[in-house]
Design a protein around this ligand. Structure first.
Ligand code: NAD
Ligand code: TYD
Length: 356
């Protein structure tokens, strides 16, 4: 048996592939376009390992997807591939429409054709697992209950709108064609190999480089944080035992305002890698112009996943954030390698126009 993963050179997909190979003998085919967010270096420990087959390419390339499905006959396809950064979707939504909507559609079409021709047990056991986000549910008031799977879709950014559209396509392929799909909607992830454009890795990298720590608006926006390895274990569990056609919310019960996250990172660095001048890293915090349309609060109710499939996160925020900061300190070469000219152009584009 074999699985096909898309986007397996990105942050969550690569963590998933690395964990999969460490825990199972089953081969994994990894289809990734290697955009700015994809990094083969993250997968370097798998070089020469026949259990991992890497293919650079686009999920929207129907011929390529068809060839991979025919050649490898996977028992499951897991779709991680996406454009994933809200700020980039504000500066340029088109890539989000192309990959998240058109790409998911083309992938679904090829998977449907492949699945239709499977027979017997292979057909019954096949799964298409779509990895999505809590951002499709929109923004919560301070006192509102956390998002359940029944919460209506109210996406507010081009990113979340494109993910919402992809979720709807996946749902429709189940209802219309009977494709055995599973969808997971997860809260904000953090952990190793996180590209330093997102809040947590950006703050670690900027702090160590002596740069400002740009907090958008008042820093009181709330996100619900989950250690990436816990997200990967949830996906494995849903793949194994989830009911087809169902949606499972994944979260860590770790709601925190952004400012608290940044201060926590500063505190850890003060202990683990004190500044040469002995001053606290928190002195680098800089309040900057807010993100347009910034969602105020996300919170995930993950009780369905716990009740039906017995999944629980292994890390608390305290243990997960310490592991994450330590990982960045121990893997500085990875950080330096991903900070290409392309990365520097992005930092200039996103931050130069934000007044302090
Ligand atoms: P990421 O941006 O780090 O990685 C995305 C990967 O997809 C990259 O390797 C990129 O090269 C690849 N890719 C992009 N376009 C492609 C295409 N057309 N064809 C093939 N590959 C393509 O993203 P991530 O943070 O790892 O997120 C993975 C998935 O999880 C996404 O679907 C995202 O919406 C979802 N998600 C992310 C979070 C989070 O906090 N990061 C939370 C919940 C859900
Ligand atoms: P991010 O990591 O981009 O994830 P998302 O927007 O998908 O939740 O941002 C997390 C939070 O941190 C979000 O409220 C925006 C905020 N933020 C900053 O305050 N400064 C920054 O430089 C970045 C990248 C994010």
């Amino acid at each position: 048996m074999t699985i096909l993963v898309t986007g397996g050179a990105g942050f969550i997909g690569a963590n998933f592939v690395l964990d999969w190979v460490a825990q199972s003998d089953e081969p994994v085919i990894n289809l990734d376009l290697l955009t700015y967010a994809g990094n083969v270096q993250t997968l370097s420990s798998l070089e020469g390992n026949p259990q991992h087959v890497f293919q650079q390419g686009d999920i929207a390339d129907s011929e390529l997807v068809k060839r991979l499905l025919t050649e490898h006959q996977p028992r499951a396809v897991l779709n991680f591939a996406a454009e994933s950064h809200v700020d980039r979707s504000i500066h340029g939504p088109e890539d989000f429409i192309q990959t998240n909507i058109v790409g998911t559609f083309r992938l679904l079409e090829e998977v449907r054709a492949y699945w239709k021709d499977l027979q017997g047990e292979a057909k019954d056991a096949f799964r298409f697992l779509h990895v999505s986000t809590d951002e499709v549910y929109g923004s919560l008031a301070a006192d509102a209950p956390a998002f359940t799977e029944e919460h209506r879709y109210e996406p507010n950014s081009p990113y979340s709108a494109s993910k919402a559209a992809s979720d709807h396509l996946v749902r429709s392929y189940h209802h219309t064609y009977g494709l055995p799909v599973l969808t997971t909607n997860c809260s904000n992830n953090y952990g190793p190999y996180h590209f330093p454009e997102k809040l947590i890795p950006l703050m670690i990298v900027n702090a160590l480089a002596g740069k400002p720590l740009p907090v958008y608006g008042d820093g009181q926006q709330i996100r619900d944080w989950l250690y990436v390895k816990d997200h990967c274990s949830a996906i494995r569990r849903v793949l194994e035992a989830g009911r087809t056609g169902e949606v499972y919310n994944v979260g860590g019960w770790n709601e925190k305002p952004n400012l608290e996250i940044v201060e926590r990172i500063c505190g850890l660095l003060d202990t683990l890698r004190p500044r040469a001048d002995g001053q606290p890293y928190a002195g680098q915090i800089a309040y900057v112009t807010d993100r347009p349309g910034h969602d105020r609060r996300y919170a995930i109710d993950a009780r369905k996943l716990e009740r039906e499939l017995g999944w629980k996160p292994a890390e608390t925020f305290e243990t997960g954030i310490r592991k994450t900061v330590e990982w960045y300190l121990d893997n500085w070469q990875w950080v330096e390698n991903v900070q290409s000219g392309n990365y520097r152009d992005w930092v200039e584009k996103n931050y130069s126009g934000r007044s302090a």
